[in-house]
Design a protein around this ligand. Sequence first.
Ligand SMILES: *Cc1c(COP(=O)(O)O)cnc(C)c1O
Ligand SMILES: [Zn+2]
Length: 423
Amino acid sequence: MDHVRALKCLICGREYRPDEIEYVCPLHGDQGIVDVQYDYASIAGRISPRTLAKDRDYTIWRYRPLLPIEPTSPVPPLSVGWTPLYRAGRLAAGLGLEHVWVKDDGRQPSASFKDRASAIAVVKGRERKARIIATASTGNAAAALAALCASVSQPNVIFVPESAPPAKIAQLLVFGSTVILVRGSYDDAFALCGQACQEFGWYNRNTGYNPYMSEGKKTAALEICEQLGWDAPDRIFVSVGDGCIIGGLHKGLRDLTALGWIGRMPKLMGVQAAGSAALYDAWKNGTAASDMAPIHARTVADSISADLPADRIKALAAVRETGGAYIKVSDDDILAAIPALARGAGVFAEPAGAAAYAGLAKAVAESLVDPSERIVVLATGNGLKDIASARKSVGEPYVVDKDLADVRRIVDEASLQQSIGVE
Ligand SMILES: *Cc1c(COP(=O)(O)O)cnc(C)c1O
Ligand SMILES: [Zn+2]
């Protein structure tokens, strides 16, 4: 990996060679999150907007020179990345804005954003010749690891809280992972997975511990800028749990700035559930990441439920250094955002995905955004992941006997003929 200069501790600034440490800075233990440092001059010789314009590989691997993997490492066959960026004119108009795009990461192989990181975990694990790759997850990181491991026949062990939505647990079992349901929170599953990896020598994919996960997640920022013709948006709204996605987006944008491919840094807008708002509170109160204390997280948006966000250093820096903001939204706002996003843009997101849109609506209500700004909303997970929450967010269907008269009553009651006429 000639293009990776060092792994830099975000607490003490000490730099390590990539072969010197596996995960964190040894001086700071589990807290010592490191950031991958690149040699941009060498990268610029291998990739540019011009070469990308001719590249037909529409997956995250089109950015391979910007990823922390060996040039010759095989990559999994599943098609990860290059998810659609839809212009959402009706959503924009409804909010009084001019330019809104929705990036649908529910369209990934395992139906969430996490495939971007788990794809890198599989490549790194196999570079290390790991017999087993393991992760703790609220569900989606696990489903992503399960799918990507299945695609290359890689044994893996998954720790998820017992409360994870059934669809996510079903994914794990179908892909053939060894699934361990933990009677406890996500944070408990995270700690147990770490202990097991140490005890049994497994490769640990845990978010905010494995330094390469934010490198996979940064590909969304690279895609957004390329899909917008390298004219970076003004703001990106994303929901935040552990903070790895928002930290990854920041990293991708910093890469593009260092390479000179974009001219301005978008403001990163982190959206948290009111019941899981440790980063919102820290940002609001000016608390340092190292002084944050665990809360007791509870929210309908299971994917962004975290007591002490594992990637808090990167997540706070992402918002502070880009002049963005943290926003918190209630569970009711999140549920209401599911049909609003689906009906306004045709994108069905799970609660954590729709939360980003709820955050945009709140930011508009609080006049935090200018109507002329170019805004991207990341829909991070597919609505089919959590049907119970989706059903809570909408009304009930009509039920009829096998009788056209019943249908006629519904047509009248729902004023269907009139509304079709208006269209
Ligand atoms: C994991 C996840 C998030 C939050 O990502 P973090 O890196 O934990 O902040 C948001 N939405 C969905 C659907 C996720 O799976
Ligand atoms: Zn350190």
